[in-house]
Design a protein around this ligand. Structure first.
Ligand code: ADP
Length: 193
């Protein structure tokens, strides 16, 4: 199973990915997680990405395409993967098509979690409060200003990715405003339709 999960920050991609990982025994490939690990490890990519991510802007296409190009060739991704947070621009979607063609692979589905924008800021604030309550580290970009930049990036750069897949007849939309379990059920339905 090779899936792309699309949706704005706070749409629940991470939550739903975790469930799909357990169900299908395939890895979740989150470019956000991989970039945060690179920042943490102070690799050259991490050093380049840190300031961009902290602002809430997108790191260059070539950087994330390079990361994903390597990652999908690893052994644990041989039976499939869930792409979470990638592709985030039409150029990335086209690069992904090229990568898949080169590997002789095909996407099984592109699922978009649609969420009312007014709900997203509150979801982010909730995540911050919950993280603080359990004594965890709050993400540097989970603050109102960076979040606004992330939403702007989503609107201008990532929303066209949905149109890209819709144009190819590959997009399936799921209501991300429903309760978590209902969203999971809707994703399962979308995968079989
Ligand atoms: P969220 O979905 O909550 O916005 P992510 O963890 O997916 O967060 O991404 C965090 C940040 O990492 C983004 O704001 C961006 O700076 C960077 N990033 C992640 N994936 C990509 C990507 N595919 N292209 C460019 N930048 C990315």
């Amino acid at each position: 199973m090779r899936l792309v999960l699309l949706g704005p920050p706070g749409a629940g991609k991470g939550t739903q990915s975790a469930r799909l990982v357990a169900k299908y025994a395939i890895p979740q490939l989150s470019t956000g997680d991989m970039l945060r690990a690179a920042v943490e490890a102070r690799t050259p990519i991490g050093l380049e990405a840190k300031e961009i991510m902290d602002r809430g802007a997108l790191v260059p296409d070539a950087v994330v395409v390079g990361i994903i190009g390597q990652r999908i060739k690893e052994k644990d991704a041989a039976n499939g993967f869930i792409l979470d947070g990638f592709p985030r621009t039409v150029a990335q979607a086209q690069a992904l098509d090229d990568l898949l063609i080169r590997e002789g692979l095909k996407l099984d589905a592109v699922i978009e979690l649609s969420v009312d924008e007014n709900a997203l800021l509150a979801r982010m604030q909730n995540r911050v409060d919950e993280t603080r309550a359990r004594g965890g580290d709050v993400r540097a970009d989970d603050n109102p200003q960076a979040f606004k930049t992330r939403l702007d990036a989503y609107r201008t750069q990532t929303a066209p990715v949905s149109h890209y897949y819709a144009g190819k007849g590959e997009l399936k939309q799921v209501d991300g405003m429903a309760p978590v379990d209902a969203v999971s059920v809707a994703i399962e339905e979308a995968l079989t339709r």
